[in-house]
Design a protein around this ligand. Structure first.
Ligand code: PMP
Length: 469
C-alpha cells in the first residue's frame, strides 16, 4: 500500500495563529516579542525546503533544528512509519518485553558506534538521553563502590538540553538566569575551547595547554580523581556557537579522563549521523573513544522523537555483574518506541543507500570555503565550522573583536533579511548558524552564500541609516 503525498491539508491560519498565541508556550519564547509578533506557521516541507502559511517558500539552512538530515517529506519514511503504526503502534519496553525495531536499531547502533560501545538506552530526545547518562554515571560509580565519585565537569557555553540535569550540565549563561535553580554542587564548568576569543597573546598550542591545565586544576580542586565521575563535551559545540576546538584539545582532555578513571561523555546529538560526514564524529573525525555517546536529532532526521544513550561494554559489565541482583531503575514509557525506532532504521538505510555521508564529505569543504568568503565583509568576524555544521559570527570591530550590544540582536537582523529572501538561518545573539540537510548540493550552497551576503549588506545599510555603524 504505497503512500502517495497527500494534498496539503487546509487550515484557517488566522485561527491557528490565534490558538497558538493563546495556548502554545514555545520553547525559549520571548514573551514581549511573542505577544506582538506571534509565531510563523509552517505548512509543508520537502527536502531542504519549507513553505509558510502565506505560501512563501524558503531554503531551510538550519535543517529544522539541526535535525533534518535526510530531508523533509520522504514517502519512504512515511511508509515505514505507517507500516509500523499499523502493525504495532506501541509496545511496553519495561523489564522483559521488547519489539523488533528497537532490538534491530540497538544492534545497528552498536555496529555503527566506535570500539566497545555496544549498548543502548533509548529515550525521547537529546535531553532525556543526557539525563539518562547522568543517572547511568552515578549508578555505575555507586555499583563500583565509588560513592564519592559524583562530580560532573562540563564547559561554559555547552548545550546539553533542557531537563533539569541537562540544563545544569549545559553552560550557556543565558540559559542559567537567576530565576532558575540548577544543580550547582556537583556540576562544574571549564572554559570553552574558542580560540577566536582566547586570552590575548596565546597561540593555539598555549591555549590548549591552558585549557588542559584548567581541567587538571579543577579535578584537584574538587578533591582529586576519586571525586570526579564524568566529563561531558560536544565534539563541536553547537548552540554555544559552533566551536571547533583547536587541534589536540579533545584528545588531551580525553587522555586526562582515561588517566583519572573519569568517564568521557561525547554529546553527539548534533554531530552524529552525517552532519560532519561520519556516523559518529568522536572516533572517526577526532580519534577519541568515548565511554558514552549521546545521540538524537539526525538519528531519525526528526521524523519521530527519539534519543539514544550509547555506552561501553565496560560500563555494561559493571551493571550486569552476575549475582549482584542489580536493576537500573530508570526508563520512559517511550523507551524503544517501535514507530520511532522503525523511523530511525529507515533513516539510516536511506543514508547508507544514498551515501549521504559521502555527499557531506564532498560538498562540505565547498560550503566551508564559500561561506569563508563572507569574512571580507566589515561586520563578519569569523566563519567557522566543519562540513554541514557552520556559523557566521558578527562583530562591531574586526580588530578588537568587540561585539554589537546584545539588544541590537544582530544575528536576528541578518536572519530577518535572509527570511525575506527565502533563506532560513538560525540567529543566536551575534551568530547565524547553519546545519542543512545532508542532501545539499553546490547550487544550494551558492544560494545560501549569495543570499547571506545580500542579507548582511542590507543589515549594514540599516545600521548605517540608524547611525549604528
Ligand atoms: N545536546 C546537544 C548537543 C544539543 O544540541 C541538543 C539540542 N539542540 C540537546 C542535547 C537536547 O536535545 P533535545 O532538544 O532533543 O532534548
Amino acid at each position: 500500500n504505497a503512500i502517495n503525498k497527500p494534498t496539503v491539508k487546509q487550515y484557517d491560519y488566522d485561527k491557528i495563529r490565534q490558538q497558538d498565541k493563546a495556548h502554545f508556550l514555545h520553547p525559549w519564547q520571548v514573551f514581549d516579542v511573542f505577544r506582538e509578533e506571534g509565531a510563523l506557521p509552517i505548512v509543508e516541507g520537502s527536502g531542504n525546503h519549507i513553505v509558510d502559511a502565506d505560501g512563501k517558500r524558503y531554503f531551510d539552512a538550519v535543517g529544522g533544528l539541526w535535525c533534518n538530515n535526510i530531508g523533509l517529506g520522504r514517502v519512504e519514511m512515511a511508509e515505514a512509519i505507517a507500516q509500523q503504526a499499523l502493525q504495532l503502534s506501541y509496545a511496553n519496553p519495561f523489564v522483559d518485553m521488547t519489539n523488533a525495531p528497537a532490538a534491530e536499531l540497538a544492534a545497528k547502533l552498536a555496529e555503527l558506534a566506535p570500539g566497545s560501545i555496544n549498548h543502548v538506552f533509548f529515550s525521547c530526545g537529546g535531553s532525556t538521553s543526557v539525563d539518562t547518562a547522568f543517572r547511568l554515571i552515578h549508578y555505575y560509580q555507586n555499583c563500583r563502590g565509588k560513592h564519592d565519585k559524583k562530580h560532573i565537569i562540563s564547559r561554559i557555553n555547552a548545550y546539553h538540553g533542557s531537563t533539569y540535569a541537562a540544563m545544569s550540565i549545559g553552560g550557556k549563561p543565558g540559559d542559567h538566569p537567576p530565576e532558575f535553580d540548577f544543580i550547582k554542587d556537583t556540576i562544574h564548568h571549564l572554559s570553552y575551547p574558542n580560540f577566536y576569543r582566547a586570552p590575548a597573546g596565546m597561540d593555539e598550542q598555549q591555549f590548549v595547554d591552558h585549557l588542559v591545565q584548567e581541567f587538571e586544576d579543577k579535578i584537584a580542586e574538587l578533591g582529586g580523581a576519586d571525586k570526579v565521575a564524568a566529563f561531558f563535551a560536544e565534539p563541536v559545540m553547537g548552540a554555544g556557537g559552533v566551536i571547533v576546538a583547536p587541534e589536540g584539545y579533545l584528545k588531551r582532555m580525553h587522555q586526562i579522563c582515561k588517566d583519572n578513571d573519569i568517564l568521557y561523555v561525547s554529546d553527539e546529538v548534533v554531530t552524529a549521523f552525517g552532519r560532519l560526514g561520519h556516523w559518529f564524529a568522536s572516533k572517526e573525525r577526532f580519534d577519541i573513544q568515548p565511554d558514552i555517546i549521546i545521540s538524537a536529532k539526525g538519528l531519525t532526521s526528526g521524523y519521530q522523537p527519539l534519543g539514544a544513550t550509547l555506552f561501553s561494554d565496560e560500563i555494561f559489565a559493571v551493571l550486569d555483574a552476575e549475582g549482584s541482583d542489580r536493576c537500573f531503575a530508570h526508563g520512559f514509557t517511550y523507551s524503544g518506541h517501535p514507530v520511532a525506532c522503525a523511523a530511525a532504521l529507515k533513516n539510516i538505510e536511506i543514508m547508507e543507500r544514498e551515501q549521504l555521508l559521502g555527499n557531506v564529505k564532498e560538498i562540505g569543504p565547498y560550503f566551508e570555503q564559500q561561506l569563508k568568503t563572507l569574512e571580507d565583509l566589515p561586520i563578519v568576524g569569523q566563519v567557522r565550522g566543519i562540513n554541514f555544521m557552520q556559523c557566521v559570527e558578527y562583530v562591531a570591530d574586526k580588530e578588537t573583536k568587540a561585539l554589537f550590544p546584545e539588544a541590537l540582536d544582530i544575528g536576528k537582523r541578518v536572519s530577518n533579511h535572509a527570511d525575506a529572501r527565502g533563506l532560513i538561518t538560525r540567529a543566536i545573539v551575534h551568530l547565524n548558524v547553519m546545519s542543512p540537510a545532508l542532501t545539499m548540493t553546490r547550487k544550494d550552497v551558492d544560494f545560501i552564500v549569495s543570499t547571506l551576503r545580500e542579507s548582511i549588506e542590507a543589515t549594514m545599510a540599516d545600521l548605517r541609516a540608524e547611525g549604528l555603524l
